[in-house]
Structure formats: structure tokens, C-alpha cells
Design a protein around this ligand. Structure first.
Ligand code: NAD
Length: 293
């Protein structure tokens, strides 16, 4: 069994990006600029945005964090996005989800200029991704593809089981893995909350992507020997021994599943850091495309 070390793989992507940014700046071009919007004070969202901002600094990107109170109106938020759309210095716009219930996530996503949509959630980018055209691909599935690529995992012709069908993880993941690319070329089964024979399906999986958000859901008796298991889930479970009062758990019962696997991602330190690396790659690409024009 080999651990797919997302922290290490992400670091090597960040090291490359750092050199590329230095080259851009050396050539008299501007450094990439990511603008992040955070609404409210959700603990997990705070953590995610903070690590995105920190990672920008690590690779030499400029970043701007715009914070709003939970009560902000949808109109004000959309106006802010429009301002960022029109700001030539901003290459990437990220609105941290989830948003408060009174704000339409769909409206927010649709307002972001697709050319600055580095989260890859805009329908224009999703449509292009489905067609295999150049696009911004959602950071988590893109990060997983980069991780598979980093470890040179052979995915061609393999049966991939994706658990979860969300627009930000499961569904785009299923499209990417089935694409005629490397990594890719898998036969994909996408499972969800209404899937009847999940255990039997998982047992057929050469690759399992668990993205449902239920701690320890994938047990050892659901995984065949030699499988590649990618754990996307992040659930906070109470842990009095931790200063924060919680620890993070994945969707996979790591302790019992790992011995059966050829490769497995840990939580934390697997998909999480790769998601950020993918976001940085998207932002760099947005900036580089503009510099090229
Ligand atoms: P979501 O709640 O939008 O979607 C969950 C999906 O799981 C749904 O499609 C649902 O049909 C499916 N599901 C729920 N219960 C199921 C069951 N019993 N059997 C089969 N399928 C079931 O969640 P999401 O936004 O896709 O996120 C999934 C998990 O991944 C969460 O824990 C989230 O925190 C985590 N996540 C991690 C990263 C990262 O960077 N590591 C990024 C995004 C999301």
C-alpha cells in the first residue's frame, strides 16, 4: 500500500508555479491575482479561505480577501462580483460556498465572469469541461486528476466508482475520469444517496472516489484488494483531546481500508492540499492567458 501524499504533490505544483510567477514578473508582466469573497463566519469556510490566501502568498500571487457579514444582500454581493469582473488586475474570483440561505448560489456562480471563474462552477466552464474543451475545471476533481498524474497511476480501462453526484465534486469527477485523457479513460459508475447496491458496486471498483461527506462510510468489506481509494470527505468529529475540540475524518475508514489498497489518500493531507494547488493552477492560467493577449 502506498499513501498518495497530497501535501507533497501539492508542494511540487506550488514550487513549479512559484518559478513560473517569478518568470512572469521578470518579463515585466503582472503576478496572478486571486480575489476571494467570504460571507459570514462559518468555521470550515474561514479555514479554507485562509489556506487559499496563504497559498497565494507562498507562490507569489497577489490575493484580496473581501469579507461580508452573514446578512449581506444578494444584490450587494452580485455588485461586488461585477466590480471584480471589471477589474483588469483580478484574474480569479472565488466565492466561498456555502452561502447563507437568502443568497442564491446559482445566481452568484452565474454572475462570475467565466474567464475569471477559477473555481470552475460557471455553466460555461462546466459545459466546456464536459466537451473536453479548454476550461477552468472545478478545483477538487482537477486536484484529484493532478494527484493521479503525479503518482503516474494507470487509469486506462479501469472501473472507477464515484460516490456522490454534487456539481462541485462527484459529477465533474465522473466526467473527467471517463474522458479520453490520461489520467482518464475509465469506465465510470456514479453512485448517490438513492443507489441500491452500493457495496456490490464498490467491490467492482479498481478506483473508488468517495465524496459523500459521511465519516468512515467506506468500509473494508466494500473495497477489493489492490484498489485505488481517493477520499474527498471532510467531516468534523468531536475530539476533546484537540485544542479545537474536533478532528477531521474522511469518508473512508482509513485504518481498515488502507491495508487492502494499492494506493490511498489520507485525510487530512490528501485531496485537500491538491484542491488548493488546482485552484492556484487555474488562477495562474487565467493570468497567463491575459498576459498572452
Ligand atoms: P454534497 O453534500 O453536495 O453531496 C454529497 C453527495 O453524496 C450527494 O450527491 C449524495 O447523493 C451523495 N450521498 C449522500 N449520502 C449517500 C449515501 N448514503 N450513499 C451514497 N451516496 C450518498 O457534498 P460535496 O460538496 O460533494 O462534498 C462531499 C464531501 O467532500 C464533504 O465531506 C465535503 O466536505 C468534502 N469536500 C472536500 C473537498 C476537499 O478539498 N478535500 C472539497 C469539496 C468537498
Amino acid at each position: 500500500m502506498q499513501i498518495l501524499d497530497g501535501k507533497k504533490a501539492a508542494q511540487s505544483i506550488k514550487d513549479e508555479l512559484k518559478l513560473e510567477v517569478a518568470q512572469l514578473v521578470n518579463d515585466g508582466k503582472k503576478a496572478p491575482h486571486l480575489a476571494a469573497i467570504l460571507v459570514g463566519t462559518n468555521g470550515a469556510s474561514e479555514t479554507y479561505v485562509a489556506s487559499k490566501v496563504k497559498s497565494c502568498a507562498e507562490v507569489g500571487f497577489k490575493s484580496t480577501l473581501i469579507r461580508f457579514e452573514e446578512e449581506i444582500s444578494e444584490m450587494k454581493l452580485l455588485d461586488t462580483i461585477e466590480e471584480l469582473n471589471n477589474d483588469p488586475d483580478v484574474d480569479g474570483i472565488l466565492v466561498q460556498l456555502p452561502l447563507p440561505a437568502h443568497i442564491s448560489e446559482e445566481e452568484v456562480i452565474n454572475t462570475i465572469d467565466p474567464e475569471k471563474d477559477v473555481d470552475g462552477f460557471h455553466p460555461a466552464n462546466v459545459g466546456k469541461m464536459v466537451q473536453g474543451l479548454p476550461s477552468f475545471v472545478a478545483a477538487t476533481p482537477y486536484g484529484i486528476m493532478l494527484l493521479l498524474q503525479h503518482y503516474k497511476i494507470d487509469t486506462k480501462g479501469k472501473h472507477a466508482i464515484v460516490i456522490g453526484r454534487s456539481n462541485i465534486v462527484g459529477r465533474p469527477m465522473s466526467i473527467l475520469l471517463s474522458s479520453n485523457t490520461n489520467p482518464g479513460n475509465c469506465t465510470v459508475t456514479i453512485c448517490h444517496s438513492q443507489t441500491k447496491n452500493l457495496r456490490e458496486l464498490c467491490l467492482q471498483g479498481d478506483i473508488i472516489i468517495a465524496a459523500l461527506g459521511r465519516a468512515d462510510f467506506v468500509r473494508a468489506d466494500m473495497v477489493k484488494e489492490g484498489a485505488v481509494v481517493i477520499d474527498v470527505g471532510i467531516t468534523r468529529v468531536e475530539d476533546a483531546s484537540k485544542k479545537s475540540g474536533f478532528r477531521l475524518k474522511g469518508d473512508v475508514d482509513f485504518e481498515n481500508v488502507a491495508p487492502k489498497c494499492a494506493y490511498i489518500t489520507p485525510v487530512p493531507g490528501g485531496v485537500g492540499p491538491m484542491t488548493i494547488a488546482a485552484l492556484l493552477k487555474n488562477t495562474f492560467r487565467s493570468c497567463a492567458m491575459k498576459n498572452y493577449e
